[in-house]
Design a binder for this molecule. Structure first.
Ligand SMILES: Cc1cc2nc3c(=O)[nH]c(=O)nc-3n(C[C@H](O)[C@H](O)[C@H](O)COP(=O)(O)OP(=O)(O)OC[C@H]3O[C@@H](n4cnc5c(N)ncnc54)[C@H](O)[C@@H]3O)c2cc1C
Length: 385
């Protein structure tokens, strides 16, 4: 499938590729070892134009298509998936504010977010609500000219550094998902407590952690999306994010395959290059086929989103296949490199952890199957849930 981009979009993808090579790849192993989110590089990325990718140009952003945005994300992920996803989350909140915000919210938040001076975070998941996101229990209560938020948000990407949190909170439990509102909370809001970031198998540049909301008071004007619309908007955003996760997996797998091919051509075993053995050739050929298939599914989903179609089903197929292809393919590339594949300098270990993490981002693999199975049966007149 040919990916057609405008010249302006191509230039930004190239800028992202250069940025990834010069400013992300050389430092990603150190960020992992130090378990830190590199705020200074995040800001440099925004300065390079990567802070408002989806925001219309009239509002100061780049106004990119979903396809072009995913190409940017793919290039960054080839160097560091965690860094790329941190930017994805930030860009998605900027897009959300551009789409749904009041003029005052746009004016207050978009310029500093586009410049990277303020970092955004998306807070849907809770310790007791992951796959079943509609089960959130964080409450939002109106008190005069304020909203009072009470609860705890888990697995918040950028939590360690974010200045603006989009909090999905329940206004009326009797209404179920229709009672959920999206409210903006600044890091300075009284009662918002940032917890220590999680220690994970990898991906520490995500800065993922929990925030506690303890009678957290924010102005009434911080309501971004009203109950009834907020959950639908969150699901729409998650559909786009799933396609981006597909692109991230393509980036990691492509980078791993390139390293494995170069190593196999160089490395001599039993007097011949490893690449000369058919077993090795076929092993890496399988990885290439899966990479191409993952790209086709991913960019098909993005093309549907760019046409304004509901890309939910396409994105579910793309995310499920691309995360699996990345996890198994990166392991195959590591195997092809022998023990050298384990070394930090080759980055395959980081990509392997990144591929495993990608299986949970924006809905685990099983939830993609729930979406796919529901569509299969609905087309035959059977409701599954
Ligand atoms: C590094 C990282 C960053 C994240 N960043 C964010 C973020 O910025 N904001 C945010 O809101 N969330 C974020 N998440 C949360 C992510 O969306 C959830 O992890 C994901 O939705 C799965 O929820 P869970 O981990 O609670 O799994 P659970 O819901 O506890 O599920 C456990 C297992 O059961 C399976 N399962 C669940 N339901 C079914 C079913 N019906 N049928 C069969 N199997 C099922 C799941 O697939 C999973 O394998 C992040 C997660 C990670 C790992």
């Amino acid at each position: 499938m040919e990916i057609v981009l405008e010249a302006r979009e191509q230039a930004l993808v190239q800028r992202a590729a250069d940025f990834a090579r010069e400013q992300v790849a050389p430092h990603a192993a150190a960020w992992e070892a130090q378990r830190r989110m590199p705020l200074e590089t995040f800001r440099a990325a925004a300065t390079a134009g990567l802070g408002g990718l989806l925001v219309p140009t009239a509002l100061g952003g780049q106004g990119l298509s979903y396809t072009a945005t995913a190409r940017v994300v793919e290039e960054l992920s080839a160097a560091c998936m965690a860094f790329a996803f941190s930017l994805v989350v930030h860009n998605n909140l900027a897009d959300n504010i551009a789409r749904n915000g009041t003029p005052a919210q746009r004016e207050a938040h978009l310029p500093p977010m586009i410049r990277g001076e303020r970092v955004g975070a998306f807070c849907l998941t809770e310790p007791g609500a992951g796959s079943d996101a509609a089960a959130v229990r964080t409450s939002a209560r109106r008190d005069g000219e304020r909203w009072i938020l009470d609860g705890r948000k888990a697995w918040v990407t950028n939590a360690s550094v974010a200045n603006l949190f989009s909090v999905y909170a329940q206004t009326d439990p009797a209404l179920g998902w229709k009672g959920i509102a999206c409210i903006l909370a600044e890091d300075t809001a009284p009662g918002l407590v940032r917890e220590a970031p999680y220690v994970l198998i990898g991906g520490h540049a995500l800065g993922t952690g929990e925030i506690a909301l303890q009678r957290c008071a924010v102005p009434a004007g911080n309501l971004l999306i009203s109950p009834g619309d907020a959950f639908k908007a969150a699901m729409r955003g998650i559909g786009v994010a799933r396609a981006n996760v597909g692109a991230m997996c393509c980036g990691m797998l492509r980078a791993s395959l390139e390293q494995a091919l170069a190593h196999a051509a160089r490395r001599q075993v039993f007097g011949r290059p490893v690449a000369s053995y058919q077993g090795m050739q076929w092993q890496l050929a399988e990885v290439e086929t899966n990479l191409l298939a993952a790209r086709l599914l991913t960019y098909r989903a993005l093309a549907a989103l760019d046409r304004g179609e509901d890309g939910t089903l396409h994105a579910a197929h793309a995310k499920k296949f691309a995360t699996r292809a990345a996890l198994s393919g990166i392991a195959e590339c590591m195997q092809a490199m022998g023990a050298a594949g384990l070394r930090d300098e080759h980055s395959l270990g980081r990509h392997l952890a990144g591929a495993k993490i990608a299986q949970y981002l924006d809905g685990a693999t099983e939830i993609q199957n729930v979406v796919i199975a529901r569509a299969l049966f609905r087309a035959r007149g059977v409701e599954t849930a």
